[in-house]
Design a binder for this molecule. Structure first.
Ligand code: ATP
Length: 306
């Protein structure tokens, strides 16, 4: 088997005449954490449901863990853990009772696994506490624990941090890093908190109106997100001479009265002292940095509410 966990080719999904997904082509590679980004109604949940077998595509083909036959794909889906909403858990059950119920529903017989997943999500000490007495963060961790019972190789998580406070969000983030690093689990996660996704994901997939708008690795994005210093002055010559004297002439571009300098390999202190040394009068001196959010907005062109 190669490193491909999932390959989608020309997947379409229609609800009546409405096109929820249009010609989706995707490769999901083993061990990566994919941040799945799109506005409300962009098609994230629909695609996750198609991948996990909860909904059928109108057309297109799916290859899962190297298998393409419908029956074989069904079998391979046992390797997927899906968290699409807080379902299948009972508010009147304790953590252990809930997980036992899930084990029965999923036909899993390994009782020791309950202790293991509770340890993974940090919920070993909840004892006789019922789910309805859990905080939202604890409930999320329990549903994640239920998803982990079957030791999935591929985790699909639709907004697992929705409604959590910053500590709860960090807990889930740490948990996903741990699962990914210790078990090599492939993860696809959607969230509207792009800062969080940036922290957790290795790769990003952008969807808009059911169309995949682009994919980028964190490494590629980081290069694009390079910060820049913008310096405006009527005396750009003085500034350029000073930069050249200090061997920094090649790091800048000049257009009219504006000098732009890459900020990733320049620190602000050095730059300030060079500008001071040049003696030039500055009209403007700012630092800009693209973010995952601004990259996404540029990609889909315009306003967003992701
Ligand atoms: P959100 O971020 O709000 O959860 P999403 O990206 O997950 O949005 P989807 O839930 O996949 O979006 O919905 C995509 C589009 O498909 C929406 O316009 C939605 O109304 C539509 N849709 C989803 N399920 C159905 C259905 N069963 N019948 C008709 N339309 C549907």
């Amino acid at each position: 088997m190669g490193t491909n966990v999932l390959q989608l080719t020309n997947i379409n999904k229609q609800f009546g005449t409405f096109h929820a997904l249009t010609n989706v082509n995707l490769n999901i590679e083993k061990g990566k954490i994919y941040g799945f980004i799109g506005k409300n109604g962009a098609g994230k949940t629909t695609l996750m449901r198609v991948i996990s077998g909860m909904s059928f595509p109108t057309s297109g083909s799916i290859e899962l863990f190297g298998k393409t036959e419908t029956k074989a794909i069904c079998k391979e889906r046992e390797k997927i853990g899906v968290l699409l909403e807080d379902r299948g858990v009972s508010p009147d059950f304790t953590a252990v009772q809930n997980l036992k119920m899930q084990m029965i529903l999923k036909g899993i017989r390994d009782n020791a696994r309950i202790k293991e997943v509770l340890e993974i999500v940090g919920l070993t000490n909840t004892g006789s506490k019922k789910l309805k007495e859990f905080s939202l963060g604890m409930r999320r961790r329990l549903t994640l624990a239920a998803t982990l019972l079957s030791k999935p190789e591929f985790l699909i998580l639709d907004e697992p941090t929705n409604g959590l406070d910053p500590v709860g969000i960090k807990d889930i983030r740490d948990l996903l890093h741990k699962i990914s690093q210790e078990q090599g689990t492939t993860i696809m996660i959607s969230s509207h908190i792009l800062r969080e996704l940036y922290e957790v994901a290795t790769d990003f997939i952008f969807i808009d109106s059911g169309v995949i708008m682009g994919e980028i690795s964190k490494e590629q994005l980081y290069k694009k997100m390079e910060s820049k210093f913008i310096i405006r002055s009527k005396e750009t010559g003085k500034i350029l001479n000073t930069f050249k004297e200090h061997g920094m002439g090649e790091k800048v571009t000049v257009s009219g009265d504006t000098i732009t300098m890459s900020g990733n390999d320049t620190d602000e202190e050095t730059l300030s002292s060079l500008l001071h040394e040049s003696g030039a009068v500055l009209l403007e001196y700012t630092q800009t940095k693209e973010t995952l959010e601004s990259y996404f907005i540029n990609l889909i062109g315009g306003r967003h509410d992701a």
